[in-house]
Design a protein around this ligand. Structure first.
Ligand code: ADP
Length: 443
């Protein structure tokens, strides 16, 4: 048996919206028909079969009521395509049938509102495939021709709209029918063609987008490989410098020690940059990697990161403060949380003057955890706030303070936060400090 896939959520939401819109439109139509009937009945006193017309109006109300109840039930269920299309077809078919009867009892092709079928055909053409649209147009045209012939040969009665005689009606019947049917067919054809063109363009855009996505992946893989290769020798270089500075090889020449210290600092910067690029490439290429989440104590992770940066902060006379509750647990990924805190704390220290504090805190709020990293540093101009999450963006002020930097730290933080289903916002005042707020679901 043929199976129909569940509708993808975006498409589902779209179809859902259209159905909701149709139901609203039908309520407006109910009121419109009712008011028009009252007007024609009381003020124009046309001789129409009003009982039948009020019953038909009541039927629209009944059908729409039933449809809206069914809609409110199925909206919460993810129906498959077949069920959805069936529901749509029932709606559209009801509309055609009810409109057809109203038009038939009000003068048929003499009723100017018969052109409302054109709207119906246009809407049908937008929603359904060309095969379904052809079925609708063919059925409608056949019904229109059938009833016209029936009226013409007196097989079924004609309900006059303008009190015209049957002879007058017959004279004009086929020319009006021809105008109407050709309008219906041409409208359907044009809409289907336009839709086809839009779909073609959409497909082209998708192909282009995939091409760029692939290129982006290749670029990230390249960064990942190159930085991975670079990291080994640079780490070894730093190890040798450390050994020399610890006095493994004896030298008392203060100049040599000075040069060594400088070389060590530069190598350390290089290593940090390589690590950032590695994290960046990992976050880009590892998008599909399924994260392993585990219950973690946020305080432990914060403390570990504070320990990592303690000597860097001491060198700049910056106090690292945290008074986070030990009991805060979070279902998260240790590596990503470390990447986030690592980048935010190192930035906070980097972009702060001496004798200031950096605060790292976390607290529970309803069903999420609020993590903040606050400094009393240089701050960020308001117009640059949304740019700092862009790849390679660095503020001018930051570049003056710290030459070395990749501008990749915050994009990594943002990606990592989103991968953990969290949100990040930033608040900053120039020369007063910056606070990054992060919100993560607890479970
Ligand atoms: P990097 O620090 O390598 O320049 P980031 O992506 O980590 O790159 O940060 C991007 C930019 O955002 C920084 O260059 C800096 O201009 C600004 N920025 C980030 N954190 C802070 C902060 N705590 N205080 C002031 N500016 C910051």
């Amino acid at each position: 048996m043929k199976t129909f896939p569940k509708i993808k959520s975006a498409e589902y939401t779209d179809l859902n919206r259209v159905i909701g819109w149709y139901i609203k439109l039908r309520w407006i139509a109910c009121i419109g028909v009712f008011i028009t009937l009252l007007y024609v009945n009381r003020l124009l006193t046309y001789n129409l079969p009003y009982e039948i017309l009020y019953i038909l109006n009541g039927l629209i109300v009944f059908v729409n009521f039933a449809l809206s109840i069914y809609y409110s039930i199925f909206r919460n269920k993810n129906l498959n395509r077949k069920e959805m299309i069936l529901f749509f077809n029932i709606q559209i078919a009801c509309d055609y049938i009810l409109l057809f009867f109203i038009i038939y009892f009000t003068g048929f092709v003499n009723n100017p509102f018969i052109y409302y079928f054109v709207f119906h055909i246009m809407l049908t053409s937008f929603i359904f495939s060309s095969k379904t649209v052809t079925i609708y147009v063919a059925s409608l045209v056949s019904a229109l021709v059938g009833v016209s012939l029936g009226e013409y040969f007196n097989i079924i009665p004609h309900y006059p709209f303008l009190m015209e005689s049957l002879a007058q009606y017959r004279n004009i019947l086929f020319i009006r029918l021809l105008a109407l049917c050709s309008t219906l067919i041409i409208s359907a054809y044009l809409i289907l063609k336009i839709k086809e063109k839009i779909e073609e363009k959409g497909k082209q855009v998708e192909v282009e987008l995939n091409k760029y996505k692939n290129l982006d992946k290749i670029k990230s893989n390249f960064i990942l490989q190159v930085t991975h290769e670079l990291r080994g020798p640079v780490a070894a270089l730093k190890g040798f410098h450390d050994m020399l500075l610890r006095g493994v090889v004896k030298t008392s020449d203060r100049k040599v020690i000075e040069v060594l210290k400088k070389a060590n600092r530069r190598t350390e910067n290089l290593l940090t940059m390589i690590d950032e690029m590695l994290d960046y490439a990992y976050m880009k290429t590892g998008e599909e990697i399924k994260l392993k989440l585990q219950d973690l104590s946020l305080k432990n992770i914060i403390d570990e990161n504070i320990e990592t940066f303690q000597s860097f902060a001491d060198d700049k006379n910056i106090k690292l403060v945290s008074n986070c509750n030990r009991g805060i647990k979070i279902k998260s990924n240790r590596d990503l949380l470390n990447i986030i805190l690592n980048n935010l704390i190192s930035n906070a220290i980097k972009y702060s003057p001496p004798h200031t504090s950096v605060t790292i805190n976390a607290e529970e709020e309803n069903n999420h955890v609020h993590l903040l990293v606050k400094d009393e540093g240089i701050g960020i101009e308001p117009n640059e706030l949304d740019k700092i999450f862009e790849e390679f963006y660095r503020t001018r002020k930051a570049m003056e303070i710290e030459k070395d930097g990749t501008g990749l730290g915050l994009p990594i933080v943002k990606k990592a936060t989103e991968a953990l289903r969290g949100k990040i916002t930033v608040y900053s005042e120039v020369n007063r400090g910056t606070t990054f707020h992060l919100y993560f679901p607890k479970k």
